[in-house]
Every structure is written in C-alpha cells, then in structure tokens.
Design a protein around this ligand. Structure first.
Ligand code: EZ4
Ligand code: CO
Length: 412
C-alpha cells in the first residue's frame, strides 16, 4: 500500500481545527489532528510545505519509521508546531492501520484494559452559587469527577469560567467553546496571585461541605504561581483531598516541582504544553508528578503518547490526557484509544464539542454514565464530512493573555 494523496482541511465550526487527511492507493482514508490553538496556520504551512511532499508514495504501514524520519530529518527538533504536524501524520497512519486491520485502534495497542474511561467535566462559576449550579449540571450529565474553577473577587475575567461572556469585551464569548476568542487581537485579562491564593481554599471547603467527601475534585492553576506559592496552595488544599492540582507552575522549569513536592501531598498533574518525552523525563524519573497531562495532538501523536505512558508506569504515574475543545474529535479519539489500552490510565478531561463540530466530525466515541469509550469502528472511529467542513472557513483566533494591576504581562 502507498500514500496516494494528502489534504489539509482547515475548518472553524465552533472553533478552528486543522486536520490531515491521507488517502492510500487502496482507498483507505486516515485522519490526524494538527490543531494548535491560536497558531493554527503555522501547522498548516509546516504540513503543506515541508511534510506532505515526504509522505506521498510512502508505505502507510511504516508508522514508527515515518515518525522518526519526520522528527530526525528536520534537524530542528521539538516545538509545538513541529510536534503537532508530526502528530497529525502519526494519527492518520494509525487510523489507516486500524482500518486495514478492521480493528479499533485500542485493539492494536494491546486491547481494552477497562470498560470505560472516567471523564472529568469543567464546572465553573464567578461565585459560589453559580459554581454549585454548574457542578450540579455536570453531575446530572453523569460526570463522576469535576474540575472546579472559580472567579476571584476583584478580578474581572479569569481562566476557566464559562459565564464570562457577559463581561465587557467578552461579548458572545463562551469559554467552553471559544477559549481562543475569534478576533484580530488577543483579549487581555487581569491577574493577582495573592488574591487567588486567599480565595481558592475557601471555595474548595464550600464545595466539599456541599457535595461531600467522595466526589473527585480537580483544579487547574494554569501556570500562574511561583514554586513557593504553588507549595502554599497545595498545602492549603490538602484538607479537601484534590484528585489533582494542575499546572501549578510554568511548565518550562521542571526543577520547580521539586520544591512544590517537598511541601505538599496534593497530587500534581502537568504537561499540556509539553511536546516530547524529554519534557517529562525528570518529572517522571524523580516522581515529581502524579499525572501526565500530554495530549496526542501536541505530543507528536499516538506513538509517543503510548511510550511516555509505559515509561510513567514504571513509577506508578498515570494518565490525565489534555482534552479541551481545541483538541479536535480526531485527536480526542486518539487519546481515548490510548487511555483504554494502557494499564496506568488515570482520568480523561472531557469538554464537549459544539453541535456544528459534531456535524463536521462524525464520531463513534460514546459518553455514558460518566464513562468515555472510543467505540469499535475500525481505526480512530472518526469521519470528516468535507462538505460540512467547507461551510466554516478559518477565523483568526487568539488565546487571551494576562496583565497584573501595574501593567506587567503575566502567564495566562
Ligand atoms: O487553556 O487548551 O486544562 N485545560 C486547559 C485548556 C487550555 C487550552 C489552551 O488552548 O488548560 O483549557
Ligand atoms: Co490545563
């Protein structure tokens, strides 16, 4: 079999998605997700100008060889644009292999290790009543674990709060579908770490008092604290028994986690912005984290995701793959297959895609009683409707950024 043609499909049903569609001379189609939120067209150019010419005529069965070729022959290794492009190819080739075998991908990765994947949903509120309503909504939908994000008194717009569309400058904004706001320039938000640190422990105290001890609760700090601030928050949250505290410090500085770890037993998750195994090496070997937050899309695909989880398994570290709406249904399916197959699955983040997205990408994935399952269709189990996709042209979108009260740019 040979790769016959490659098409890069950019569509923006509820947000922008970049999809690689490979076709073989035997008529098999493979899909791969290369969506990089806010920098989508860089991946399109990387694929179109530098990757597709290498693929035509290659054997689609040679997944590892193709991955190594794309990684090593570039010479300039790693980085989110390169690794999202390689991810798209890797996923499309696994999709083709599954279809050629007539098996869902998880069977090729070793078969199912469980019946379904525990999903966590994104509850949020600008205040406690709104947050409690949101948690109840997710519980009613069947979720068995909840991420809790909350407004902070004095701050106007903050990461992870769904209801901010009513705020000035956020008109029409739905956090759950549109964290990368469509617009010519990025939106500015405000931040104050001390105000946040004062507020968050009381929120978790209230949530535990209302919803009991059993419910797994998670929280995303989105890279905003210094190591000692993160240590302080982790310790302050210990009475509320978090499932994990995510991205407590900026991801580049792995040594920061040593300091955090010395001071708190709150479990730590990190890595949604990591793009190779090297970014996790110290964190896993020194057992500085508890959950791997990589996504198939930003980590070079299914092949490296499976490898890093096998490495993490040596240290009892589990998966917590990144599942925001900016991972397309194709990328999401890829990590559901990996999550079902590996022994060291932890939890799967799940932000439901919008209705238009679900019409463009027809999925065999299911979500029932809080459990996700990738389905049993051959390959990844996702079909792309190109006519539907064509109705939603690319729209410039940026992630927001933060400024402190004195005007300093801060991590978002
Ligand atoms: O901000 O995917 O845990 N989830 C997250 C996400 C990220 C977006 C960035 O594109 O932190 O919501
Ligand atoms: Co996150």
């Amino acid at each position: 079999m040979k790769i016959d043609s490659a098409e890069i499909i950019v569509t923006s049903p509820d947000r922008n998605f970049v999809t690689l569609r490979l076709t073989t001379d035997e008529g098999l189609v493979g899909l791969g997700d290369g969506t990089l939120n806010g920098r989508e067209l860089a991946v399109v150019a990387y694929l179109k100008e530098h990757v597709v010419p290498l693929l035509i005529g290659r054997d689609p069965a040679a997944i590892e060889d193709t991955w190594q070729l794309l990684y090593r022959s570039a010479y300039w290794r790693r980085g989110p644009v390169t690794m999202a492009a390689i991810a798209a190819v890797d996923m499309a080739l696994w999709d083709i292999k599954g279809k050629a075998a007539g098996m869902p991908l998880y069977q090729l990765l070793g078969g199912a290790s469980r019946k379904g994947l525990m999903a966590y949903g994104h509850a949020s509120g600008k205040d406690l009543p709104e947050l409690f309503d949101s948690i109840r909504k997710y519980l009613a939908l069947g979720y068995r674990a909840i991420r809790v994000q909350t407004g902070v008194p004095g701050l106007h717009a903050i990461y992870g709060i769904a209801s901010q569309e009513g705020l000035p400058g956020n008109k029409g904004r739905r956090y759950d579908y549109e964290p990368a706001q469509r617009g010519a320039l990025p939106a500015q938000e405000d931040w104050d770490t001390r105000a946040y640190l004062r507020h968050v422990p009381g929120v978790f105290e209230a949530v535990r008092a209302e919803f009991g001890a059993e419910l797994p609760l998670l929280h995303d700090a989105h890279h905003r604290m210094t190591p000692i601030q993160a240590a302080k928050l982790g310790r302050a949250l210990e009475p509320y028994d978090l499932f994990w505290l995510e991205d407590c410090t900026p991801a580049e500085n792995q040594e920061a986690l040593r300091l955090v770890r010395q001071h708190t037993i709150t479990p730590l998750a990190i890595g949604e912005v990591f793009n190779t195994a090297w970014d996790f090496r110290t964190l896993i070997q020194e057992q500085l984290i508890d959950y791997v937050r990589a996504s198939a899309t930003h980590f070079g695909g299914i092949s490296p995701l499976k490898k890093i989880m096998d490495f993490a398994a040596l240290y009892q570290i589990k998966s917590g793959f990144h599942g925001p709406t900016d991972v397309s249904p194709v990328g999401f399916a890829a990590q559901l297959h990996v999550g079902l197959a590996i022994h060291n699955f932890g939890a799967q983040e799940y932000m439901e895609h919008g209705a238009r997205t679900n019409r463009v990408f027809r999925q065999s994935m299911t979500f029932k009683d809080g459990w996700l399952h990738p389905g049993d269709a051959p390959g990844l189990g996702v079909e792309l409707d190109r006519d539907e996709a064509g109705q939603y042209p690319y729209a410039t979108a940026y992630l927001p950024y933060n400024r402190l009260a004195d005007g300093t740019v801060h991590d978002w």
